[in-house]
Design a binder for this molecule. Structure first.
Ligand code: FAD
Length: 471
């Protein structure tokens, strides 16, 4: 990119927000797990929707590729530029304000760069709940959450990011601004354009603002950690809890023994909450609008009932907020705790909830038949049929060799997922990681439609090229 063009881009945001120095750029160029690294002539940090629009207009006119980025916590490389050194990163982190909160109308409007946890806290101050939640909430942004259609731990009760969005403000590839920041629940006025940009991973436009749906803030939450023999028992427990608690069940997470062991080993201050080891665990949360007595009573009934029916082998209920946070750290530290265990084959998959235990039996047979010493860390959102089906290398194995060999296993595992009616990407998206799998498994008609939408909205292919769809 010539210096004159660089100067034009930099002038839009001001030189202090146009990063060209390698040290300043580096946090924007490597993904969380260190799996993708890119290069860029500039990281631009616009401060307003108008600045984003001017960047897009200049990029479109000069055929310059742009890569939107929020908190850089995405796990499929969608927010990282390629190695050409020609793609500009547009970081939204300076656009992080809460524009308005309407507690009576149960909605709020935020800038796309607002950090998820900040949005949750702003809603809580008005005694409202913004229920999207995931382990990366302290860094991930609303724009990134919507662009990946994030799921997370609350999806069971409140839905995924798409379900929590009422309207969007989007800068299109040609620099025009789609202002659809309405907070209406009912609005049937033609095609639902907002839904095009949710889950598009920055390939159709740059989200600059979002109108979000709020919920009543629960008065109390009670969390239980329960041991079960196998995923079939976990599913039986899920059915029992849903029958008993209905919408009050706000999280139901499955974790294997191996995951507990490595999390207790690698995260400081975390211990196994139960005195004896069990093969599987469920972390369950009940939220109550009535208060803690109600939430505690519901959880106690479930735990006692489950134990007397021998669905639950043992369990503990958090007695206070500190214990509750400790139980959640066990779950939320599980992703990070796999890193020090060496190479890990990651699969973010979903199958219909009722088929999940049978799928897991077959998947285990497949994995251990391939490598008997592989260590399976299949954990996650059982209530949504969504697991992070990760496989850690055998102790002492060569990481690069394991990851290279594992590609063939991953293909067979994904084929098994699809054979069970599942999805090859439940919540992380496609990014640059799963483009060939998408081509393989998505129907030709769906792929053709996606390409048509892309060329209609971004005819010059400047919006995050090389992500989701092959160029
Ligand atoms: P980024 O990583 O910056 O970007 C992600 C994608 O969105 C990229 O394609 C990027 O180009 C695009 N994008 C970002 N901002 C915009 C914008 N304003 N306009 C247009 N496109 C944009 N995900 C889940 O769904 N559920 C989980 O439970 C979960 N747990 C996680 C736990 C950990 C520890 C980590 C590290 C990640 C986890 N993730 C999870 C993945 C990640 O946090 C989510 O994908 C998150 O929504 C990404 O937000 P971000 O702001 O970091 O986006």
């Amino acid at each position: 990119m010539d210096d004159l063009l660089k100067e034009k881009f930099a002038a839009i945001v001001g030189s202090q927000h146009a990063l060209s120095n390698a040290d300043d750029q580096s946090p924007y160029l490597t993904e969380w797990r260190g799996r993708w690294t890119g290069t860029t002539p500039l990281v631009l940090r616009p401060g307003s929707t108008q600045e984003v629009a001017k960047i897009a207009s200049l990029a479109n006119g000069t055929r310059t590729a742009i890569v939107p980025q929020g908190g850089n916590t995405g796990l499929v490389g969608g927010q990282i530029p390629d190695a050409s050194g020609l793609q500009i990163v547009i970081s939204l982190v300076r656009m992080n304000g809460v524009r308005a909160i309407d507690p009576d109308g149960m909605s709020m409007i935020v800038d796309a760069g607002a950090v998820l946890q900040t949005v949750q806290e702003a809603a809580a101050k008005k005694d409202r709940l913004f229920p999207l939640s995931l382990a990366a909430k302290g860094t991930a942004t609303i724009g990134g959450n919507l662009s990946t259609n994030a799921g997370g731990v609350g999806a069971l009760s409140y839905g995924v990011a798409r379900d929590l969005c009422l309207g969007l403000e989007v800068v299109l590839a040609d620099g025009s601004i789609l202002d659809d920041l309405n907070t209406l629940k009912k609005n049937n006025t033609g095609y639902d354009l907002r839904n095009l940009f949710i889950g598009a991973e920055g390939t159709l436009g740059i989200i600059t603002g979002a109108a979000l749906k709020l919920y009543p803030n629960p008065k109390a939450r009670t969390t239980a950690f329960m041991a079960v023999d196998n995923p079939f028992q976990a599913l039986a427990l899920l059915r029992k809890v849903q029958d008993h608690a209905g919408a009050a069940l706000t999280a139901f997470e499955l974790m294997p023994r191996f995951g507990i062991e490595i999390t207790a080993k690698h995260q400081s201050g975390i211990r196994d909450p139960l005195p004896t080891p069990y093969p599987w665990y469920v972390l369950m949360e009940i939220s109550s609008l009535e208060g803690s007595d109600h939430a505690d009573a519901v959880v106690s009934e479930i735990v006692e009932g489950g134990m007397s029916e021998a669905i639950i082998q043992d369990g503990t209920i958090a007695a206070n907020e500190t214990q509750r946070a400790e139980l959640w750290r066990l779950r939320e530290g599980m992703s990070e705790s796999q890193k020090p265990e060496g190479g890990s084959l990651k699969h973010d998959i979903s199958v219909p909830v009722g088929k999940l235990p049978a799928f897991m039996v077959e998947a285990e047979k497949l994995v251990l038949g391939w490598e008997a010493a592989a260590r399976i860390c299949a954990f996650g959102h059982l209530g949504d049929g969504n697991l992070h089906y990760n496989i850690s290398q055998p102790v002492g194995a060569d990481k690069a060799d394991f990851l290279a060999r594992g590609q063939e296993l991953s293909s067979r595992l994904l084929a098994l997922v699809v054979a069970h009616g599942g999805s090859i990407s439940a919540e992380h998206g496609i990014g640059q990681m799963k483009i060939s799998e998408l081509q393989h498994y998505k129907s030709p008609v769906a792929m053709t439609l996606m390409h048509k939408i892309k060329s209609a909205l971004d005819p010059h292919g400047i919006m995050n090229p090389g992500k989701v769809l092959a160029n």
